[in-house]
Design a protein around this ligand. Structure first.
Ligand SMILES: NC(=O)c1ccc[n+]([C@@H]2O[C@H](COP(=O)([O-])OP(=O)(O)OC[C@H]3O[C@@H](n4cnc5c(N)ncnc54)[C@H](OP(=O)(O)O)[C@@H]3O)[C@@H](O)[C@H]2O)c1
Length: 197
């Protein structure tokens, strides 16, 4: 029962060991939101593990080309980076992207759905073109729709062994588990929380 919280704790404060060199040899990886932040770091990592092709998405060509140039300078990845445009602020645009990917990309090994927005408490909420709050639209609806639309293609282009991964928040899960443990061990606290709820 304590295995999962312990694993989350370890992953948060200790760096897991890196996979062996060349472990992505010959693989094609698609990373949404791969031009910056975690997605960019992931793209760099995949190229350093010798992936054959890393496809990154961004919303603007200029940003994508700048990221591609940076990735190629920092690795031996010349000719191994491709940029595609993806805007997840409407479900229609997600559908168009899924159509394009499934039409143009014939082989895939891993898809990382990483693109997303992080709005902090107190921010002025923005509404997407589809009428949803932006975080909900991009991180939830569009991400789930994209994953679902890519599944049949993943099966075929992935030759039965492709993986679909999502970027999530380990911190939220870690603190959620911590709260559950506290509630479990402290009757006063759980009574208090129940009262508040
Ligand atoms: N950093 C953290 O501490 C943290 C913690 C928990 C979860 N996360 C999650 O991890 C993911 C990456 O975070 P990050 O910190 O690396 O973010 P980041 O540096 O702000 O990068 C976000 C990426 O998502 C893309 N993106 C944003 N809105 C988009 C939209 N409407 N349509 C398509 N692409 C869009 C951006 O593309 P453009 O360049 O075109 O804007 C960019 O490539 C997010 O899903 C975030 O919620 C991050």
């Amino acid at each position: 029962m304590l295995k999962l919280p312990y694993k989350l704790y370890r992953n948060k404060f200790y760096i897991p060991s890196l996979p062996p060199a060349n472990s992505l040899s010959g693989q094609t990886i698609l990373i949404t939101g791969g031009n910056t932040g975690l997605g960019f770091a992931l793209a760099l990592h995949c190229l350093n593990l010798n992936a054959s092709l890393v496809i990154i998405t961004t919303r603007t060509t200029a940003k994508g080309l700048a990221a591609k140039a940076q990735l190629e300078t920092q690795t031996t990845g010349t000719g191994k980076v491709q940029v595609m445009l993806l805007d997840m602020s409407t479900l229609g645009a997600v559908k168009e992207f899924a159509d394009q990917v499934t039409r143009e990309v014939k082989v895939i090994d891993v898809v990382y759905l990483n693109a997303g927005v992080q709005n902090f408490p107190g921010y002025a909420p923005t509404v997407s073109k589809d009428g949803w709050e932006e975080t909900l639209q991009v991180n939830a609806w569009s991400t789930v729709l994209l994953g679902l639309l890519l599944l049949p293609w993943l099966k075929v282009a992935g030759r039965g062994k492709a993986r679909l991964s999502f970027t999530g928040s380990g911190s939220k899960f870690f603190f959620f588990c911590l709260l559950l443990l506290l509630l479990h061990s402290s009757r006063t606290l759980s009574t208090y929380v129940l009262d508040v709820v």
